[in-house]
Design a protein around this ligand. Structure first.
Ligand code: GLN
Length: 281
């Protein structure tokens, strides 16, 4: 039987039990198989797939039915208008994290600001900032070797020369380097959170998602270590869980940060907190 774009799009109903976005998932998988845009799918619904294309679609559809994230099936994900390679070695970039990029771009930073992205994963935050601000010098670190390799692959694919990607467990390998902005989307989910048993997160590394101390341990480590790596007047900007804002503000205030405030994501949930560091006279 010949399968067309229209007939395969009708399979979205079967995905409803594993996905909140079944129709979009099929569109992305079909676009990936055919190497075509979504517009093409709507323009040519009667286009028939070749046998090879259909076999590939079928294999990806089966994996999606078993819960694998679409981004792992296509090997890429859009973030801040950049197409990034992804792998099971890192977190899949989330639209929520674009709030960090947006907030960073609004900060009063020097023309050629020195920025560090801690736990960069695919490199999403660092690469988006480097792309928007070519004069910034961005360092991006991750403790996981496979993430460092992936982030550097993304950097090369985007042709960005103002990003230096290195292996480091938070600040450990950075000596006494100082920055104007320390930015991070660290792991912040509590290990008992039922959300970890559902959807895409089941296929992402726990090391990128889960932290001790009700999810606050890595946020706290970064807040405590950041001051010695910040220039006078520099900023710390962190993503966190929507119920962690107050705890993060308190940790930042206790560590001596000023102008501490929380920003909301597109869903109106507390998602990022920032503070400014001033060296004491
Ligand atoms: N926001 C992600 C989620 O809830 C988690 C990201 C993270 O732990 N840094 O799935």
């Amino acid at each position: 039987m010949v399968e067309t774009i229209a007939s395969l799009l009708r399979r979205s109903a079967a995905l409803a039990s594993v996905s909140d976005t079944p129709r979009l998932d099929i569109e992305v998988l079909l676009g990936h198989v055919l190497q075509k845009s979504r517009t093409y799918l709507f323009t040519w619904p009667e286009h028939a797939l070749s046998e090879d294309e259909y076999r590939l679609f079928e294999a990806l559809f089966e994996r999606r039915l078993r819960g694998e994230p679409v981004a792992h099936l296509t090997g890429s994900r859009e973030f801040w208008s950049l197409s990034l390679s992804v792998s099971p070695a890192t977190l899949i970039p989330r639209p929520d994290t674009e709030l960090l990029v947006e907030t960073a771009l609004q900060l009063p930073l020097p023309e050629s600001a020195k920025v560090i992205d801690l736990g960069t994963g695919t490199g999403a935050i660092a690469l988006a900032l480097a792309c928007e601000q070519p004069a910034w010098q961005v360092v991006a670190v991750d403790a996981v070797d496979a993430a460092v390799i992936l982030a550097d692959t993304n950097r090369r694919q985007l042709g960005l020369l103002n990003v230096d990607i290195r292996q480091s467990d938070w600040f450990a390998a950075l000596g006494d380097l100082r920055f104007d902005l320390v930015i991070s989307n660290p792991p912040y989910i509590d290990s008992s959170d039922p959300h970890l048993q559902q959807g895409d997160v089941r296929f992402e590394p726990k090391s990128a998602l889960v932290a001790e101390g009700r999810g606050l341990a890595d946020l706290e480590t970064i807040i405590q270590q950041a001051p010695v790596h910040l220039n006078n007047g520099g900023w710390l900007l962190l993503e966190h869980g929507w119920q962690q804002a107050q705890a993060v503000r308190e940790l930042m205030q206790a560590a001596g940060f000023d102008r501490v405030e929380t920003r909301q994501d597109l869903g109106g949930r507390d998602r990022a907190t920032l503070g400014q560091w001033t060296d004491s006279a």
